[in-house]
Write a protein that binds this ligand. Structure first.
Ligand code: C5P
Length: 413
C-alpha cells in the first residue's frame, strides 16, 4: 500500500514548550515517510529549539516571527498556509491555543492559523494545571467546535516534576494521527462512516408534575451532543434524540427534541433501525403517576400535595433486548462514584448492551459539572482505561472505536 504521507506537505508550527525537542524527531519521521516539512517557529519556541536545527532537519528555510520582508511581505503568510496539505501545531502551548480560540493574529504563527483554510491538527503540551484550567478547557472546547483536530495530550511524568495530563503525544502518535487522517481522508472530506445510521440520545428528560412544574436532573447534554458531532463529522447519518438542553443543534445531525422519557423512547423507536445506538441521555428513572392537567394550587389550609412516582421505560435496555432489527452495536453510559468498573460490568450485563462507557464521577475527579471526563470502555472483551480528556476528545475517541468496530465487522463478513 502506498504511504499515505508520500508527497504530503506539512506546515509544522512549533510554539514554546520543552516538548519542542520531540518535534525534531517528528520532522525526521515525516520526511522518512516521504512528506515535506516546513517549519514555523514562534518566539517562545525559539527558546527551546534553534532555527538552524530546524533548517537542517527540514532541508528548508525556517520561518520565524521576526519581521522579515521576504517572508511576510504582501500575502506571504497566506501563501505559506496555502502551500500546505495540513497544518500541525506541535507543541501547542496553552498560549497558542488561547490565541487560536480567540482568533488573535499578533505574530506569524497565529496570523497563519487565522488565514489558513487547511485542516489543522494540534498536539497540546503544557503543565497539568494549565491543561485542566477552566480557561484552557474552554479554549479546547471552542477549537474542537471550530473543527480543529487534537492528538493527545497524554498522562505521565512531566518535565516540571508533576504527573497528569498535559504531556505532548509522542512523535509516533502524532505521526499515526497524521497518517490516519490522510489515509482516511478524514480531514479532506472523505467520510469513513458514510452510510452508517447512528442513533444517539442526549440530555436530561423533564417529567411533568403539572403544566408548569417538572422533575429533572442536571445533565447538560454536552457529552451526548459531542458524540453526535464527532460521528457526523466522520460521515455517519446521525439521529440525535435529545431532552431539553441549552446547546445548539450540532451541524449535519437530524435532531429530535423531546421532553419526557416516554417521548424519548417513542422518538428512538421511530428512528430505528440503526446500526449503532449510543444512549448518553440521563433519562429520569421515575415520573409522576398522574400529570395534572391544571396547575396544582397552593390553597390556604389544604394539605401539602404528595407525588407518587412510577418507573420510566429503560430505553437502553429496551433497544438492547430487541428481538428483531437489533442494532449491531448498542452502547450505554454509566456514571458511578465508587466501584466504577464492577458496577459498570454488572450494568452492561443487566441492560444487555454491548459496550458501557463508565464515567468516574467521584468528587475528586472534578468530572461532575466540568468539561473533562475520565472514562473506561467496558465490553465483553475487557476494559480500556482512557486518560482524563475533554468531553469532545472522549466523543472523538468513542467515534473512532465505533469506526474500528464497523471496519472489523466488515472485514470478517
Ligand atoms: O441505570 P442507569 O440510569 O445508571 O443507566 C445508565 C444508562 O442507561 C445510560 O446509557 C442511559 O442513557 C440509559 N438509560 C436509558 N433509559 C432509562 C435509564 C437509563 O436509556 N430509563
Amino acid at each position: 500500500m502506498a504511504d499515505a504521507l508520500q508527497n504530503r506537505r506539512i506546515l509544522l508550527i512549533i510554539s514554546g514548550g520543552i516538548a519542542a525537542y520531540k518535534s525534531l524527531e517528528l520532522i525526521r519521521r515525516l520526511r522518512d515517510h516521504g512528506a515535506s516539512v516546513r517549519a514555523v517557529l514562534t518566539e517562545a519556541g525559539s527558546k527551546f529549539v534553534t532555527p538552524l536545527t530546524l533548517a537542517t532537519l527540514t532541508g528548508d528555510k525556517v520561518y520565524t516571527d521576526l519581521f522579515d520582508l521576504t517572508d511576510t511581505a504582501a500575502i506571504g503568510h497566506i501563501e505559506l498556509s496555502r502551500d500546505a496539505d495540513l497544518v500541525v501545531v506541535a507543541p501547542a502551548s496553552a498560549d497558542i491555543l488561547a490565541k487560536m480560540s480567540a482568533g488573535l493574529g499578533g505574530d506569524l504563527a497565529t496570523t497563519l492559523l487565522l488565514a489558513t483554510d487547511k485542516p489543522v491538527l494540534v498536539a497540546p503540551a503544557m503543565n497539568v494545571r494549565m491543561w485542566t484550567h477552566r480557561a484552557t478547557q474552554r479554549n479546547v472546547e471552542q477549537l474542537m467546535a471550530d473543527g480543529i483536530h487534537f492528538v493527545g495530550p497524554n498522562d505521565g511524568d512531566m518535565a516540571c516534576g508533576e504527573f497528569g495530563p498535559g504531556r505532548m503525544a509522542e512523535p509516533a502518535e502524532i505521526l499515526a494521527a497524521i497518517t490516519q487522517h490522510f489515509s482516511e481522508n478524514e480531514f479532506s472530506g472523505a467520510k469513513p462512516l458514510a452510510g452508517v445510521h447512528v442513533l444517539v440520545t442526549s440530555g436530561p428528560t423533564h417529567e411533568p408534575i403539572d403544566p408548569v412544574r417538572y422533575l429533572a436532573n442536571r445533565s447538560s447534554g454536552k457529552q451526548g451532543h459531542a458524540i453526535a458531532t464527532a460521528l457526523a463529522r466522520m460521515g455517519a447519518n446521525v439521529t440525535l434524540v435529545s431532552g431539553p438542553t441549552n446547546l445548539t443543534a450540532p451541524a449535519g445531525v437530524t435532531l429530535k427534541r423531546v421532553e419526557t422519557a416516554r417521548d424519548m423512547l417513542a422518538a428512538c423507536q421511530a428512528a430505528l433501525p440503526a446500526q449503532v445506538v449510543i444512549c448518553a441521555a440521563a433519562v429520569a428513572d421515575w415520573r409522576v403517576d398522574v400529570d395534572a392537567t391544571q396547575k396544582i394550587k397552593k390553597e390556604a389550609g389544604a394539605a401539602t400535595p404528595s407525588l407518587t412516582l412510577v418507573e420510566n421505560p429503560d430505553i437502553l435496555a429496551t433497544i438492547s433486548k430487541l428481538k428483531t432489527n437489533r442494532p449491531d452495536l448498542v452502547i450505554g453510559f454509566a456514571a458511578e462514584t465508587e466501584k466504577v468498573i464492577e458496577h459498570a460490568i454488572a450494568k452492561r450485563l443487566r441492560k444487555g448492551c454491548d459496550w458501557i462507557v463508565a464515567n468516574d464521577v467521584s468528587p475528586e475527579t472534578g468530572v461532575m459539572g466540568g468539561d473533562l471526563n475520565t472514562v473506561h470502555l467496558i465490553s465483553a472483551d475487557g476494559q480500556e482505561d482512557w486518560p482524563l480528556l475533554p468531553k469532545q476528545a472522549v466523543a472523538e475517541r468513542l467515534a473512532r472505536s465505533v469506526l474500528t468496530y464497523i471496519q472489523n465487522k466488515k472485514s470478517k463478513a
